[in-house]
Write a new protein. Sequence first.
Lengths: 116, 112
Amino acid sequence: NAGVMQNPRHLVRRRGQEARLRCSPMKGHSHVYWYRQLPEEGLKFMVYLQKENIIDESGMPKERFSAEFPKEGPSILRIQQVVRGDSAAYFCASSPRGTVSNQPQHFGDGTRLSIL
Amino acid sequence: GESVGLHLPTLSVQEGDNSIINCAYSNSASDYFIWYKQESGKGPQFIIDIRSNMDKRQGQRVTVLLNKTVKHLSLQIAATQPGDSAVYFCAESGGSNYKLTFGKGTLLTVNP
């Protein structure tokens, strides 16, 4: 079974450019979560999506960040006009159901975003 | 100037010894807890979970203990192997049923 697939694994952008991070959940999973990790820190929740719906985006900055999970295709985390502080590892997780209980979230290997 | 990152708590053990990694949480509403293992350059890998109606759960070579009175969680790894070297995170649901809150992590180093 393929796990959660994220691409690209590494992404370098200059300040002011746009970054697009993609996530394909595990087969049969319709719930996707995005987290951000700074060096030597735990992951911080950003957004939770189901197909075509944003359920909770309370952890996402109000400006420049957006996320979608279309009916067809991967989930996309989009960062516009990137700044140095956006440099981090971005992880996607998926689960078959929205509730965590009995079905832990399974993570991809992340996209490491570096801003020059 | 640029801030210096906080250093992770570290645990160094000899191969074959048992390891105990601890985690404190603050949200008394949390009812689900997970331990993840993260190797360098990889995403968090699920190890074991426990619900708040339990105080102990065992897996293969791992045991999780939950003390709700003092809001403490521990992961015990039996007969630690070099392949166990990684950063270990506890995570809790915080009552949201989906939003995981991660601890800072503990770096486990296994010496051969």
